[in-house]
Design a protein around this ligand. Structure first.
Ligand code: FAD
Length: 466
């Protein structure tokens, strides 16, 4: 440990940003203390985000797939749902991962302190320990990875039937009628889960489309596939008031879908905000921007030279894989290395049914910016594997710079879209053009082959493989 400080690197927060920063710093020979206020490591992502939601979405997808098989001659009986077992599966999935993190922290000799940290100044934090004591910890460098918290809509009453994503993941009960406020990734994923469990669902979104960052033609495919799943998708609609009566939650909406409806459960999934204020960032001289995010440079350095910040607390998109990449940059920079956060793109995935994955420039955003691009679509109706898998509704779409023919964006809708988007990310990072991708031999018959075929469409050299 340099000088007389308690640690070389202090990490605040044990989510994907925090544990990745702590582990990388420890691997680089630093003595690391990680402060986390919750009982387990993993942050939002492992405990109440990415992982439990995907465990439930997996069950939903298998159930839907089993139902679809009846069209092809294989029928199962009506499903019976045991909520306790389902919760058990979800918790066991989370438990395996959080236990794994605990073991990895121990192996690396990362000292995990349970408590809530706030800055005393740019060299020390006070940690309110969970046993009510306060401990002062001094550091040479600090990495903030305090994450984000959900936004609570001010007009919603406090009622156990009104939940956020954390409450919804606890599966309190299966409602007959459910309202999802917010047509972003989290709202649509949880709506998919509850629909598979048998709830009738309305979705309210204030914008004029679902998933604002996705091309309209892609969202249109998703809506068509989901027409049977949701009662109403009310766009351009705002929830104006909610009255909690013993029988039901009475919701008044305004805008295009104005009306009054009753629900048994409401999920508010209307965005998340950075969790910076509780850290007392001003005490350490940190700049917070108008949206509440901690300002950082390309090395994740804040306005205080010894303090770094990564993950949700630094800005959008709020995604675990972005937090992990930033964490590695910060940990390396904190030990004097010259790494930078220079990723060209960060992919996004909605793990709904069907999945949508997208990255980089979209057709709609290029048009809005007046940029000329070349768009190549490969409809999965022409993919042998997609037809065999009952996924002929899918689509792979690539966006190329019109002058250089280099790929600058892409989207995939259909099963395993999230697993396939990595190839498009790699192509963008490597500066590949349509020929590079089209002439890369993809295995046949696979869904991934549609990426090569879309590139061939762009070059007008599409082959005849079915
Ligand atoms: P977090 O994971 O939020 O971790 C921050 C940690 O800091 C928390 O554990 C918190 O307790 C701790 N903390 C905060 N303040 C203090 C303090 N003062 N002292 C001590 N500890 C503190 N992203 C994806 O990439 N893929 C997905 O599929 C996905 N699904 C999601 C589903 C849901 C329902 C939700 C809510 C989010 C999802 N996300 C997903 C987003 C993802 O969870 C976040 O982007 C990711 O967790 C951010 O990591 P982080 O390390 O920045 O912060």
């Amino acid at each position: 440990v340099a000088g007389n400080v308690d640690c070389d690197v202090l990490v605040i927060g044990g989510g994907p940003g925090g544990y990745s920063a702590a582990f990388r710093a420890a691997d680089l020979g630093q003595r690391v203390i990680l402060v986390e206020r919750e009982a387990t490591l993993g942050g939002v992502c492992l405990n109440v985000g990415c992982i439990p939601s995907k465990a439930l979405l997996h069950i939903a997808a298998v159930k839907e797939e089993a139902e679809r098989l009846s069209q092809h001659g294989v029928s199962f009986g009506a499903p019976s749902i045991d909520l306790d077992k389902l919760r058990g599966f979800k918790s066991a999935t989370v438990g395996k991962l959080t236990d794994g993190l605990k073991a990895m922290a121990k192996m690396r000799k990362v000292d995990v302190v349970r408590g809530t940290a706030r800055f005393a100044d740019a060299t020390a934090v006070h940690v309110d320990l969970h046993d009510a004591r306060t401990r002062r910890i001094t550091f040479a460098k600090a990495i903030i990875a305090a994450g984000s918290a959900r936004v609570h809509l001010p007009f919603l009453p406090r009622d156990p039937r009104i939940v956020d994503s954390t409450g919804a993941l606890e599966l309190p009960f299966i409602p007959e009628r459910m309202l999802v406020i917010g047509g972003g990734i989290i709202g649509l994923e949880m709506a998919t889960v509850y629909s598979a469990l048998g709830a009738r669902i309305d979705i309210v979104e204030v914008a004029d489309k679902l998933l604002p960052d996705v091309d309209r033609d892609v969202v249109a495919i998703w809506r068509k596939r989901n027409a049977h799943r949701f009662d109403n998708i009310l766009l351009g609609t705002r929830v104006e008031s909610v009255e909690a009566t013993p029988e039901a939650l009475v919701v008044k909406t305004g805008g295009e879908g104005a009306g009054e409806h009753c629900y048994d459960l409401i999920l508010q999934a209307a965005g998340r905000r950075p969790a910076a204020e509780a850290l007392d960032p001003a005490a350490a001289g940190l700049n917070i921007n108008a949206q509440g995010f901690i300002e950082v440079d390309a090395q994740m350095r804040t306005t205080s030279p010894t303090i770094f910040a990564v993950g949700d607390v630094t800005g959008n998109p709020m995604l675990a894989h972005k937090a992990v990449h930033q964490a590695h940059v910060a940990a390396e920079a904190a030990t004097g290395a010259k790494g930078f956060m220079d990723a060209k793109v960060v992919p996004s995935v909605a793990y709904t049914d069907p999945e949508i994955a997208w990255v980089g420039v979209t057709e709609d955003s290029a048009k809005a910016a007046g940029r000329t691009v070349k768009v190549a679509r490969f409809p999965w109706a022409a993919s042998g594997r997609a037809i065999a898998n009952g996924a002929d509704y899918g689509q792979t779409k690539l966006i190329f710079d019109a002058d250089t023919h280099r790929i600058i964006g892409g989207s995939i809708i259909g099963p395993s879209a999230g697993d396939m988007i990595g190839e498009i990310c790699l192509a963008i990072e490597m500066g590949a053009d349509a020929v590079d991708i089209g002439k890369t031999i993809h295995p046949h018959p696979t869904l991934g082959e549609t990426i090569g075929m879309a590139a061939e469409v762009a070059e007008n050299t599409c082959t005849d493989l079915p």
